[in-house]
Structure formats: C-alpha cells, structure tokens
Design a protein around this ligand. Structure first.
Ligand code: PLP
Length: 420
C-alpha cells in the first residue's frame, strides 16, 4: 500500500524519505502489494470464464513488474506486446508464447517475422498488414483489430477509435479482411478492438463492446474459427482527488453478462480478453524527487526538482494531473500555492499543469531539500522516459513490505554520452 502514516508517506512499510536518503533521487518506486491487488481485483471481479487478461506491457515493462503480474495472474494473465522488444521481455519474464499477442501499428515484415519466429499470435492492424502476414505465414492463425468508430479516453492523443484514429481496420472494411484471410488460408481466431486509454466511464467501454459484438454477429458465417474476442484496455484510474475509481463489482458483472449472453446466442463459448495496462500498475508507482530551487516570479512560486518530463512526460504530453506530496509532511496547516517544475530546459516542463499551461497547486510550504513524491506514476512513467537533455534515467525500486530491491539500476553518464 502507498499511504500516509503519521503524516509521512510510506511505500509498503518503508518511509519514502528513507528511500530517498538511502538511494538518492530521482527514484521510481513500485509497491508490489498494490500491483498484486489490482491483478486479483480484475481476475476476481470478472466472473466470465475462460477469461484472459493481456497486460499491456507498454505501461511498465520492468522485468520484475512483469514477473509479479505473471505470478499473480496465475495463468489468466498474458501480455499485449507492441514491439519485438516487448515480445522478448514478456518471454524473458516467463510468459509462454501462447500467452502473448503482438498488436502493433505501422508494422514491418521483419517485426512480423520476429513474432512468427517466437510463435506469438499476430494481431493485424490494417488490411495491408493482413495481406503481408498472409504472404509470410499462410495456413496459420491470425487476429485482426477493428476500428469500431467508437472512441474514448482522457486525452485526444489516446483515443484510438473513430475516424481520427490511425488504428485498426475500419469497421466497414471488415469484409475485405475475410477475403484476404481466405486467400492465404488464415484462420481468424480473434477479433480485437481498443478504443482508448484512461476511461473511467465504463458505459463507453460496454458500448464499444456491443459495437464489436454486433460486427462479429453480422459476419458470423465468416468467423467459424473464432476462439476469442479481445476488447482492449483503457480501464482508467483516478488521478485527481475528484475522480472516483471504477466500481469493479458492477463493471465485472456487466462485462461478464454481456459476453456470456453473446456467446450463447453465437452458439460458441469463446475466451473473453481485456488488455489493461495503466490499471494494473499506475497506482503502485511513485517518482521521488528533491527540491533544489525555490524562486518567485510575479505570477508563480516555482519549486524546482531534480527530475522533469524526461522521467515523467504525462503532464507535458497530455496536461495530466498527478498528485504530489511532501513526503515527510503529507498535510500541513501552512500551505501555499506553487508550481512544481522540472530540470529540463523547456518552459513546459512543469508537473502542476493542464493542457493549456501552469496550474498552481496548494501544497504544504516547501523549502529546498524537501523530498516530493509524484504519485500514480507507475504507468507510462519510466516506460515513456527518455534521455532528453542528455540526462540519465533514474533507478527503479520494488518494495514488498519491508523489503527493498533495485529492479533497474540508475543510469550514469556512460549511458548518455555516446562513445564513452
Ligand atoms: C492495443 C492496446 N491495448 C491496451 C492498451 C492499454 O491501455 P491502458 O493502459 O489505458 O489500459 C493500449 C494502450 O495504448 C493499447 O494500445
């Protein structure tokens, strides 16, 4: 659990300030118990069986994280991989090839050959990819992604259904996909959609499920080999104090009911697949950083820290909100409005912002040397990090109760200075 005890932030049973003191900052820290609780919440609340949960590894590909998810998933959990690298790391984490699906976009033949060589099912994103896949691997199983013309998500960049989205085979073109599959004797074992990311309104997810199921129903005669329907990921988590978590008892029941009744009218019991990324890891992660500068302009009091958008790009990329706490006084009577900014040489490098610019945040009075924790940073945090400004990436740590383990070493200058 990540929570305040006696006004200090604890990750598991370890004080965040102790981690910062011992390992330095910036530092990514993940709480194993939180991660496990998210996996089991999904497995338990979606009663439909056979159920498969393909963790969208892009959210966090740390090998130890993947191993925890595999272990807690007990055979139900597999991996949604979007690149040869993600396929390789999934296999390294112990997932079997049959537990991995390769769902990428703008895919090269070499990437498909790689997936085929690893015996991983390819989920085709376009008619042209399906054609090329048929040529490369005729007489095999395949899945394809449909753009159901329904999209949702926390930001335009992550809405992946509808005419503005580059993803999937447009619903009206699905008939052409059957023609290609027949030409190469491909058995269509799966149909997939993914409408977007960060969805808290489960009605949208259920509506998109219904659209995909109606497409499948209309094309029933062409889908005699169908083994599963994959409804993608996108399950949101609360970042802002006013956002509520999804009610998984209701959501799980609704998803199960819908698919159960579809399968009985379709006349075949198929696997239900969902592909959560963020949901499984976001709340288990924090990014610790130290305040090194406090300065005032006529408009803002800037609190400068030793990390930036090269380590957590979500605020800069989407205007995303992340809760921030001062680790040794999570609440205080004495507060002030500040802008928490990073160490990257761009004015947009501010953690307390929305899409339009800086939004000051009410925090306990901050001084140089204070350690801050940027919360809900376990998904799309480290995995989207870079070496921009020729800066090394931080270490990643895993906490299990009192145990603390380095699960990725901090980079140093040898990682960023080419030829060193
Ligand atoms: C195909 C696919 N599945 C699943 C996901 C996971 O989304 P989320 O992390 O919002 O659950 C993504 C995210 O981009 C995706 O592209």
């Amino acid at each position: 659990m990540i929570a305040a005890k006696n006004n200090k932030l604890f990750i598991g049973e370890v004080a965040a300030s102790d981690l910062a003191r011992k390992f330095g900052t910036p530092l990514y820290v993940y709480d194993e118990e939180t991660m496990r609780s998210k996996v089991s919440a999904l497995v338990q609340n979606i009663a439909y069986r056979p159920l498969r949960i393909f963790y969208a590894a892009k959210a966090n590909t740390n090998l130890s994280v993947l191993k925890i998810i595999r272990d807690e998933g007990k055979g139900v959990v597999g991996i949604d991989a979007v690149s040869p690298g993600e396929i390789e790391i999934a296999l390294k984490a112990g997932f079997k090839p049959g537990q991995v699906i390769f769902t990428s976009t703008s895919v090269t033949d070499d990437e498909m050959k790689f997936a085929i060589s690893r015996k991983v099912l390819v989920n085709c994103d376009s008619l042209s990819q399906l054609e090329r896949y048929g040529r490369l691997n005729p007489n095999s199983k395949v899945c394809f992604r449909v753009n159901p013309d329904v999209g949702a998500g926390h930001h335009g960049h992550v809405i992946t259904g509808g005419p503005e989205s580059k993803f999937g085979i447009w619903a009206a073109d699905v008939g052409k996909a059957f023609g290609i599959a027949a030409k190469y004797n491909l058995r269509i074992v799966g149909i997939h959609e993914h409408i977007g990311s960060g969805i808290l309104e489960t009605d949208k997810f259920l509506a998109a499920m219904k659209v995909l199921l109606s497409i499948i129903e209309k094309n029933k005669s062409k889908l005699t080999d169908l083994e599963f329907v994959d409804f993608g990921g996108g399950i949101g988590v609360p970042y802002r104090p006013d956002q509520k978590p999804i009610d998984f008892v209701r959501f799980g029941a609704a998803v199960s009911r819908l698919f159960e009744s579809f399968c009985s009218s379709f006349g075949k019991k198929m696997s239900l697949i969902i592909e959560p990324g963020r949901f499984l890891v976001a709340e288990s992660g924090v990014l610790l950083c130290t305040v090194n500068t406090v300065k005032q302009t006529p408009k803002h009091k800037f609190v400068g820290v030793d990390t930036g958008f090269h380590h957590l790009i979500r605020p800069m990329a989407y205007g995303s909100y992340h809760p921030i706490v001062v680790v040794d006084r999570c609440t205080s009577e004495k507060t002030e409005k500040v802008a928490v900014c990073g160490n990257i040489c761009e004015s947009g490098d501010v953690f307390t912002r929305d899409e339009h610019g800086i939004v000051d945040r009410e925090l306990p009075q901050i001084k140089e040397g204070d350690v801050l924790a940027i919360l809900v940073a376990g998904a799309y945090g480290f995995s989207m990090s870079s070496n921009y400004n020729t800066r090394p990436r931080p270490a990643e740590m895993l906490v299990k109760g009192r145990e603390v383990k380095v699960v990725r070493k901090q980079e140093d200058l040898s990682h960023v200075v080419y030829g060193m």
